[in-house]
Ligand binder design. Sequence first.
Ligand code: GLY
Ligand code: MN
Ligand code: MN
Length: 432
Amino acid sequence: MRHEPIGQKLFTTNRKRLVKLLKPGSMVVFNSNDIMPTNADGTMGFKQNSDLYYLSGIHQEESILVICPDFPDKQYREVLFLKEPNELMEKWEGHKLTKKEATLISGVETVMWLSGFEKMLHHMMTIGGVDNVFLNTNEHYRAEEIVQTRDARFIEWCQRTYPLHKYRRIAPIMGDLRREKQPRELELMQKACDITECGFRRVLNFVRPGVMEYEIEAEFIHEFIRLGSKGFAYGPIIASGENNVILHYVDNSQQCHAGDLLLLDVAAEYANYNADLTRTIPVSGSFTKRQKEVYNAVLRIQREANKILRPGVIYFEYHKEVEKMMESELLKLKLIDKTDIKNQHKDNPAFRKYFYHGTSHMLGLDVHDVGNMHEKIMLDSVWTIEPGIYIKEEKFGIRLENNVVIGKSRNFDLMRNIPVDAEEIEEIMNSK
Ligand code: GLY
Ligand code: MN
Ligand code: MN
């Protein structure tokens, strides 16, 4: 692995926190993700199942974690199943985890080969005292499961094989656990943000009129990989000029022109934890007066939003408050007027023409992390704050995005070191 060892304490603690929430007679099974095929014999890069990783730190395909806290024989209360390495596999794919290595990473004492899984499961399901079987589904409210996951295949098999057990969802419990970040997770997320900062500073010194958006993408990935990241946390958005206003522009194929703005929604992963940064910079190193006016409006909203994204608040109520701030800034910028507001329909308020996405989401092992958005905002959860104003008719848009930890007396900004003041950005760009 590229990253520093995480230490098994995080994963051991996470499993303990999970077990506390289970009722007697429960068993939980987590499957790793599949390696997804492309064409011919091609495959996509491996992305581990975040729940399995959260509870074990294991980043290897075809792994299964079983937690069965009331199993009579203590040594089988936590079992990790891995594929058994063989000479041919290692010749082609390189090293696979040994049982000892898996224990060292995860803290799970009992590691077995996959070939023993069905027999062990049968034992647990029959004389092992298991009544409630918790299985894992992707319940992210925006998930579209168009391809069957390994977990979903396992659910079908398990329900067919053991039809009279009680089946339950582990996803809401995992969401609750994962919302509250542990100190070690915050360190890893800080590292993802620090690597992201290095990429951004490199780009500040690189951007000039005439460069292609994909050349900027190359600068970022060079810096991220050099610093021990596996790469981008999500498809990088490197959008110059009119592309600024397209939220998910990922083509990154255009030339950057003098006078244009460049919106960079680009961040690194580190040890499977994600950063999520957006900055908007002037291609030629200086904002126009109008661009700066809009920029500072977005920055004011971001700073004010950070004061009200606090423990106990409901996200959707917070978002409404941010929309109010947005409305008043758009009035000042003369993008909307009082008549627009008077005539607006409640389902399509005037500000929505210029601000057409959510303000914040949770962040962690997933970029749009799990956890119920209707629950009160929790201490030690990590959120993005990412207001934006997109003015199609003026051919530019601005979004600024930072990542904050919800703290007791105030939030802690994981991106506090990443330049955001317009003047600081200009100064760095002009000092190259
Ligand atoms: N980069 C994805 C997002 O900001 O939500
Ligand atoms: Mn985001
Ligand atoms: Mn983003």
